[in-house]
Design a protein around this ligand. Structure first.
Ligand code: GDP
Length: 366
């Protein structure tokens, strides 16, 4: 009988038989002190990303186990993509356990934002979904902002129990856990992070001194986010890595913006007004007249208007008609991409986004 190993990078069970299946490592790798699967090895050493089959059923099962435990649940959300960060039916999964909401990636926001207001907004949004966190912690796992306070909050609410870390893919769960390991774990032990969804394949246990553990669960994939539909390379462009520089567009009616070739924004009716985009700094925005938009789209989507390099990789565009009421400032939100802050004027806008990608409006957050 052979000893069972798990990959230190993603938690998957190591197997040495089938190279095409998750968890493969050559048997020579088992002699190493730190065992990683071939996939994690490639991500780490060559920045090479090999997508794996995802089984949502297995992930849900993992989550449902939490309801039967006595633990603290930490839900990690991406504050830049809150709409795309929620887990459906979360109450069922966590049962009676307290929930700490970790709003990650605060470094993406301009330094001038009012954090109190942002927190209120996160709390209100959570409440609408029936989630009632014991605390909301703002943090940046990548930059370490408020990391200490976050760890203290976890320690405070844990009360000697296990900690489950849950979240959808790409919210920065692995980055957070890596930072935990770096600060508190043995050296050299880290989890594979990548900008490609679904890197963590199985739960990872991080033992704590009191015999309890931090359990990092695999991320749930949500296909209603723009970020899920681009290639790993394109994701580097679409997903903001550094602080967002909002861009202001003064538009007349009958003008169009293309966000790469991913989304089209037609300002149909309304007085001249400004729209402020909160999107990855690396995403190319093309401005044109509405009457020219179709032609430009046909000719240049996939070349100048990129990503996507291949528009056929995306679902067909679906139109979302948006009526701004002229009463309060509102944001038009595209899950997994960003948002457009609109003014207080009345306006009619068509947003074209791939079918299935969530498009919505909310009261302005900045
Ligand atoms: P997971 O799928 O939830 O485990 O997410 P990862 O930890 O793999 O992170 C997904 C992407 O978000 C990676 O490209 C990270 O670099 C990025 N990321 C994670 N945390 C932060 C953060 O605090 N700020 C910013 N700007 N990016 C982050």
């Amino acid at each position: 009988e052979t000893e069972q190993h798990h990959c230190e990078g993603c938690g998957v069970r190591i197997q040495t038989e089938d190279e095409s299946r998750p968890g493969y490592a050559p048997s020579s790798a088992l002699k190493r002190e730190h065992i990683v699967c071939k996939r994690c090895y490639r991500i780490r050493h060559y920045n090479d990303i090999a997508p794996v089959e995802q089984d949502p059923g297995v992930y849900l099962q993992k989550l449902q186990e939490i309801a039967h435990t006595d633990s603290l649940v930490v839900l990690v959300v991406d504050i830049f993509d809150l709409a795309g960060s929620w887990i459906q039916g979360i109450h069922r999964h966590i049962g009676k356990n307290p929930l700490l909401l970790l709003a990650n990636k605060i470094d993406l926001f301009p330094k001038s934002v009012k954090w109190g207001r942002l927190k209120d907004w996160v709390r209100a949004t959570a409440k609408e979904l029936g989630v009632d966190p014991i605390e909301i912690a703002l943090t940046s796992a990548a930059k370490g902002e408020y990391f200490r306070q976050t760890v203290e909050a976890i320690e405070h609410h844990r009360k000697g129990r296990d900690v489950y870390i849950i979240g959808v893919t790409n919210v920065g769960k692995s980055t957070f856990v890596n930072r935990l390991l770096k600060e508190f774990g043995e050296e050299d032990e880290y989890i594979t992070t990548s900008p490609y969804p679904g890197t963590t394949l199985d739960s990872i246990y991080i033992p704590l001194e009191d015999g309890k553990a931090i359990i990092d669960t695999p991320g749930i994939v949500r296909k209603d986010r723009m970020s899920e539909w681009v290639t790993p390379k394109e994701l580097q462009i679409v997903m903001p890595q550094t602080g967002i520089k909002p861009k202001v567009f003064q538009l007349n009616e009958q003008q169009t913006l293309f966000f790469g070739g991913l989304v089209r924004f037609d300002f149909l009716e309304g007085a001249k007004q400004s729209f402020v985009t909160y999107l990855s700094n690396r995403l190319y925005i093309h401005r044109t007249k509405l009457e020219k938009a179709d032609e430009i789209q046909t000719k240049h989507r996939g070349s100048i208007l990129t990503p996507p390099e291949d528009p056929a990789q995306l679902p067909k565009w679906r139109k979302h008609r948006i009526q701004l009421n002229g009463k309060e400032k509102q944001d038009i939100v595209i899950a997994g991409l960003g948002w457009i802050a609109c003014g207080q004027d009345r306006a009619v806008i068509d947003v074209w986004a791939p079918e299935g990608v969530q498009v919505g409006i909310r009261p302005a957050i900045i």
